[in-house]
Ligand binder design. Structure first.
Ligand code: DC
Length: 227
């Protein structure tokens, strides 16, 4: 069974996708983390964004290794043998990520990585991102598009950052989030769009369990049957 969960930053995708992966024993694929890992690598190697062939060569050679979902719902990530779990969440990496994510050639390399990860789960996978229902797994059994207001999304992002010890001002987070939303939804390569067959779920003011149950209630009965 394959479930895709797309939506803008702070819509609750990661939390909801992780809970569903745990409940249904599915492989969890955080596609945003693979874009972040590529951005971390580009920053580490100081590759010029204008040098497309060098960017592509570097990202093609990337060894991207996400660990299993831990008891506390976190997931550790390694790139070329270095743990980057915290390093890929800094504002500098977020900014570089949304720039790289506009490049169609880079996207196609990472989509392959994401599909391989999704098919490595014996029972199936839950993928979260921006284009998992439209591009990565267009034949998913269930497609969900999460929404929340920009203010709520900025508040959640600011809380997440505070938990990892980053200093942040909610107004600055809101501004950065709106800039990234704008870049993510106006780029020509796989912009953030809702698949026509996706179920829209608004997460504003709802507890995680409520959203998870709402998503699970949309699962087609035949998706639960053994293959
Ligand atoms: O979900 P996130 O904040 O970790 O995503 C980081 C960036 O990667 C964000 O700018 C959008 C981009 N992204 C994308 O273009 N396609 C995806 N499937 C996932 C993320």
């Amino acid at each position: 069974m394959v479930i895709t969960i797309d939506g803008p930053a702070g819509s609750g995708k990661s939390t909801v996708a992780r809970h569903i992966a745990r409940r249904l024993n599915l492989q969890y694929v955080d596609t945003g983390a693979s874009y972040r890992a590529a951005a971390w690598l580009v920053i580490s190697y100081k590759v010029d964004l204008a040098n497309e062939s060098a960017l592509i060569e570097l990202i093609r050679s990337m060894q991207y290794v996400p660990g299993p979902l831990m008891e506390d719902m976190t997931q550790r990530i390694w790139v070329n043998g270095t743990e980057v779990t915290a390093a890929i969440r800094t504002p500098a990496v977020s900014d570089m990520t949304s720039r790289l994510a506009t490049n169609a050639a880079i996207r196609s390399i990472l989509v392959e990585v994401q599909r391989n990860l999704a098919s490595s789960g014996g029972n199936g996978a839950v993928l979260e991102g921006r284009d998992t229902g439209t591009v990565v797994c267009p034949n998913a059994d269930l497609k969900v598009f999460l929404e929340a207001s920009p203010v709520e999304r900025a508040r959640r992002r600011a809380n997440e950052m505070a938990e990892t010890g980053s200093q942040c001002d909610e107004r600055v987070v809101l501004e950065q989030l709106q800039n990234r939303d704008n870049r993510d939804s106006t780029r020509s390569a796989s912009p953030l769009t809702k698949a026509p067959d996706a179920h829209v779920v608004d997460t504003d003011g709802k507890a995680i369990d409520v959203v998870v149950n709402e998503v699970l209630s949309k699962l087609p009965l035949n998706a639960m049957a053994p293959a």
